[in-house]
Ligand binder design. Structure first.
Ligand code: ACO
Ligand code: KIV
Length: 516
């Protein structure tokens, strides 16, 4: 089958940034734009140059520094907006302008307070004005999905005649149904004079949770381009999520006959960067990039996964750059999962020992929502297995605005029973604590990832920290929960280090046995 390549137009830095509270500084926009280029998007809309001097500067810097991607300047159908967009994108190697004006009657009556005739004339004039400066002109009739079809077709035909080369049909308020939205694209393509020589684009909002479905419907009815944002952020409930659309296309390529140029291995990294810089947390159950997307809690699923990953996973998290920690132990887990996790600590149990541990594990799992690695180690200690190599005795951190943060961590080395105190400084208290603990670990540990979540609400909420480390290319993940987030991170980091040390000690023991 000959697959058609969808143009991925990323508007994280324009419509995405319109999400309440997601405003970005220019230098943050530049960082995200560079990552979007690594991700492989085809077009970046970096902002609204007429909105503020900072927006102008960000679009200008991205146009100068981000190569291999087409840069899009956004503007109302107003000369001064177009002038700003033209100037801001002047240095881009490849650029386009994106003009918009409302077409729905409700917007014309109450927002623009203009007649259809007046708006049509403005649209024509402004496309012609922009065309003097830039060849590639994208035009959006805003609120297209609530516009009468007759007027929509008339407006689209008029702007194509003035030189628009891309027509974007936005579902501005997330109102359309997939079937209706798809039909609109089919009609525009078939009935508008000149539509055979332009590109069509979909831009969907998620007010009813249909943004991805609507975008797909458009693509299946002749749209060439999809406008998306990373993590689906954007005005109100956001836009079509880049990672979801791309993974639908990648996972169901044969059924859809579509492909994208996105590098899947950059998806998770991009998602985390956007979440961090826009201060927009990702829902745990968010498809593709949410914390739970590749985690499995119930015994039957865990058993299936351990036998064959594809029994319960339709995407490969490692291809997406998602750290691998698929098994979460809780009251729904079974023996296969428990055996797998303790094997990660280097422990193998006879069947009857495993049964006994499993019974104790279920009691703890009923009391706690999630059985952490430390809980598991404690359960194994109770049965006389090797205790974790390092135990946290005390932690003190000096933090504030003046100097580097100082951490003092006292650890018990279980092998010798001796306690030692390690101190270190860092730019923040977490860095200081990690550096102090690392001194006690006889392995080359790389700190790969930290996830922090609040458990509960209000001032009394606890912090849950999940730390992933890598040692010799192998990942280990520890979890800590405490009202003091620094302590939660210390517990999580120590738990991950203890797992790595257990595995290394076990491997060393086996080597020694073989040599003896
Ligand atoms: C669906 C979307 O995402 S559209 C993009 C939305 N994004 C933004 O608005 C973010 C950036 N916006 C801004 O910084 C400001 O709104 C500015 C600088 C663009 C304009 O600020 P102001 O001049 O103070 O106008 P304000 O935002 O209060 O009102 C919008 C004006 O633009 C008009 N307008 C709205 N859309 C368009 C359009 N596409 N073309 C022409 N005029 C338009 C409105 O009718 C209103 O005009 P009026 O003052 O004659 O009533
Ligand atoms: C102006 C267009 C592209 C838009 O952002 C919308 O309608 O949501």
């Amino acid at each position: 089958m000959n697959h058609r390549q969808v143009i991925i137009f990323d508007t994280t830095l324009r419509d995405g940034e319109q999400a309440p509270g997601a405003s970005l500084y220019p230098e943050e926009k530049v960082r995200i734009a560079k990552q979007l280029a690594r991700l492989g998007v085809d077009v970046i809309e970096p902002g609204f140059p007429a909105a503020s001097p900072g927006e102008f500067a960000a679009v200008q810097q991205i146009s100068r520094e981000v190569e291999d991607v087409e840069i899009c300047g956004f503007a109302r159908a107003v000369e001064s907006d177009i002038d700003a967009a033209v100037r801001a994108t002047r240095d881009a190697a490849k650029r386009r302008l994106h003009l918009f004006i409302s077409s729905s009657q409700i917007h014309l009556d109450f927002q623009l307070r203009k007649t259809q005739k007046q708006v049509l004339q403005i649209a024509r004039d402004m496309v012609a004005y922009a065309k003097q400066f830039v060849d590639v002109i994208e035009f959006s009739p805003m609120d297209a999905t609530r516009t009468g079809m007759e007027f929509l077709l008339e407006m689209v035909e008029a702007v194509i005649a003035e030189g628009a080369t891309i027509i974007n049909l936005p579902d501005t308020v997330g109102y359309a149904l997939p079937e209706e939205y798809g039909a609109m694209f089919a009609r525009v393509r078939k009935e508008v004079r000149g539509a055979d020589r332009i590109l069509l684009s979909a831009h969907c909002h998620n007010d009813l949770g249909l943004a991805v479905a609507n975008t797909l419907a458009a693509l299946q009815n002749g749209a060439d381009q999809a406008e998306v944002t990373v993590n689906g952020i954007g005005e109100r409930t956001g836009n079509c999520a880049l990672e979801e659309l791309v993974m639908v296309i990648a996972t169901r390529q044969e059924a859809l006959g579509l492909v994208t140029g996105i590098r899947q291995e950059e998806i998770y990294r991009t998602s985390r960067l956007v979440s961090q810089l826009t201060r927009s947390p990702i829902a745990y159950n968010k498809p593709v990039v949410g914390r739970n997307a590749f985690q499995h809690e119930s015994g039957i699923h865990q058993d299936g996964l351990l036998k064959h990953r594809a029994t319960y996973e339709i995407m490969d998290p490692e291809r997406l750059g998602v750290p691998r920690h698929m098994i979460v132990l809780g009251k729904h887990s079974g023996r296969h999962a428990l055996k797998h996790r303790i094997a990660q600590f280097g422990v193998t149990l006879a069947d009857e020992e495993l049964d006994a541990l499993f019974r104790r594990f279920k009691v703890v799992a009923d009391e706690k929502k999630h059985v952490s690695d430390d809980d598991l180690l404690a359960l194994m200690d109770a049965k006389g297995h090797e205790p974790a190599p390092l135990a946290l005795v005390e932690l003190q951190v000096l933090s504030g605005t003046q100097r580097a943060r100082l951490a003092s961590v006292t650890l018990r080395h279980q092998a010798s029973g001796r306690e030692r105190t390690y101190t270190a400084t860092g730019a923040g208290p977490i860095e200081a604590v990690i550096r102090a603990i690392k001194q006690a670990v006889p392995l080359s540990v790389e700190f790969a990832d930290l996830e922090l979540h609040s458990l509960g609400a209000g001032e009394e909420a606890s912090g849950e920290a999940a730390v992933t480390i890598t040692v010799d290319g192998q990942s280990y993940r520890g979890v800590g929960i405490h009202a003091d987030v620094v302590l939660a991170v210390a517990q999580a980091f120590l738990s991950a280090c203890n797992q790595a040390m257990a595995v290394h000690d076990e491997a060393a023991e086996k080597r020694n046995e073989r040599m003896a």
